[in-house]
Design a protein around this ligand. Structure first.
Ligand code: EPZ
Length: 439
């Protein structure tokens, strides 16, 4: 890393120049976190290769260590990121420290893993980005269906079970985290669990792939892809064993840089891209006037935006569950839409309050109005560099995109939010030719 992100609170960029260059996409945050949690189930050493070196992963590492697991990291043998060794051979505690639980949302899925491994878990209500109401009722009711007793003690949740038993869990909505939590609890439950309306995000299927590699018996029938029917045949804990697993690339980081190319213009190449997971994003970029060339064999994707002034907004985009347009890319799209011609209406269907970036973008000159779950972006704005503040992870990254499109200097402060999910956004954007540095 050319500069140190750890001591920096802000990033500074000079916008207005097109991007040009290549960057390798980091491993997926939202795949790494549940797979790390899954390692708690396995009384043997697992190695996860090519994980992102980000603060959320470090936080999950601390949580695993608090249970007695041994966590070791080293620079990855891939070109970026870290390899993580997790040995949960001996678990001595099921009480997770509040400090780390409250630091991120993914801590909640340790409940399923701890129930599966030792039949008990003490956790706080989890934290995470403030993007609207984020209840965990479906997590808790799913675990209860498998036999767990769950009650609150002050601000803490205590879950206990003598023996988890397979059950049919019908989710009211295909929640990613609830699906993952139930999978973790069901993997070693007695009998078969069927999840109906399970989430179909890649971060769910890759968790199943990892667990199956480690000896679990999880089946994704045809009906998984049509109606989210997922079958977990519980196996005894003793059947789970060591596994070495290569992390999938991060589709949201790739999508962020795709929208950066749209906002700044130019030609960029992305390497290690999960192309098949980005169909909805490629469709939007093409409709806006960008050109996308994919090479699935090499896992590369090239975006070319020769004339940024000719970009045109689509009329309407709605965020949706996979394979729809991801809510995590809604802010990066908003930043790019601010400079494209025409009016875009975005409906945010997943989270209730994920438009915090709009106010910061307005300060840079964007014309955006918000009404409940709907944002209207009247494009073709000439953005001007300003001092802006990251309020959450993806919104913060989107402000960097806006800064690249703006004339003059933009400073984005509170970048600890961005560091939760982007290993080195400054280094990556510099590889793409941006004039950007940590401050
Ligand atoms: C995961 O969050 C991701 N986080 C999010 O990414 C992502 O935006 C989201 O899935 C949707 O794709 C991680 O993987 C760590 P949900 P999760 O449960 O699991 C409601 C990022 O930027 N709900 O699918 O928390 C919930 O409030 C992050 O990387 C309940 O009502 O998402 C939301 O409206 C942000 N009760 C909707 O379901 C519940 O018990 C979808 O949430 C659970 C969820």
């Amino acid at each position: 890393m050319a500069q140190c992100k750890n001591n920096s609170n802000s990033i500074k960029m000079e916008g207005g120049s097109p991007l040009c260059g290549s960057v390798r996409i980091q491993g997926s945050k939202n795949a790494t976190l549940p797979i790390m949690a899954a390692c708690l189930l396995i009384p043997d050493k697992c190695t996860l290769r090519g994980c992102p070196d980000i603060t959320d992963v470090a936080c999950m590492g601390r949580l695993l260590e608090s249970t007695g697991a041994v966590v070791e990291t080293k620079a990855s043998h891939f070109q970026t990121g870290i390899d993580i060794g997790i040995n949960a051979g001996s678990i001595s505690s099921c009480r997770l420290p509040s400090r780390y639980v409250k630091a991120m949302r993914s801590s909640v899925i340790l409940m399923g893993a701890l129930l599966g491994r030792v039949g008990e878990a003490y956790v706080d209500y989890p934290g995470g980005c403030v993007i609207g109401e984020r209840p965990i009722d479906w997590h808790l009711s799913g675990l209860e269906k498998l036999g767990a007793q769950i009650w609150t003690e002050g601000s803490r949740i205590h879950a206990y079970v003598d023996e988890l038993k397979g059950a049919c869990v019908n989710l009211p909505f295909p929640s990613v985290g609830a699906t993952q939590n139930i999978i973790l609890a069901a993997a070693t439950a007695k009998g078969t669990t069927v999840i109906k309306n399970a989430a179909r995000e890649p971060e769910v299927t890759v968790l199943c792939d990892f667990l199956n590699k480690a000896g679990a018996d999880i089946v994704l029938p045809e009906s998984f892809w049509t109606e989210g029917r997922l079958i977990i045949n519980g196996v005894p804990l003793s059947r789970l064993h060591a596994a070495v697993f290569d992390m999938i690339p991060d589709r949201i980081v790739a999508g962020t840089y795709m929208f950066a190319a749209m906002a700044a213009g130019g030609n960029i190449n992305l390497e290690n891209v999960p192309i098949e997971q980005l169909c909805s994003v490629c469709a939007i970029i093409t409709k806006m006037g960008g050109s996308v060339v994919c090479n699935p064999e090499r896992k590369t994707l090239a975006i070319s935006v020769p004339e940024r002034d000719k970009l045109k907004n689509m009329d309407f985009v709605e965020t949706d569950v996979y394979p729809g347009f991801p809510t995590d890319l809604q802010s990066p799209l908003m930043a790019a839409a601010a400079i494209a011609k025409g009016e875009l209406t975005i409906k945010e269907s997943i989270f209730s309050s994920r438009f915090k970036i709009a106010e910061e973008l307005r300060r840079m000159g964007a014309d955006i109005s918000i009404n409940g779950d709907t944002a209207v972006i009247r494009g073709a704005a000439a953005l001007t560099g300003r001092n802006v503040i990251a309020h959450e992870l993806r919104g913060g990254a989107a402000l960097a995109i806006a800064g690249l499109a703006a004339s003059g200097i933009t400073t984005v402060s509170d970048i600890s939010y961005i560091n939760r999910g982007y290993q080195d956004i400054v280094g990556d954007l510099r590889c793409l030719g941006a004039k950007i540095s940590y401050e």
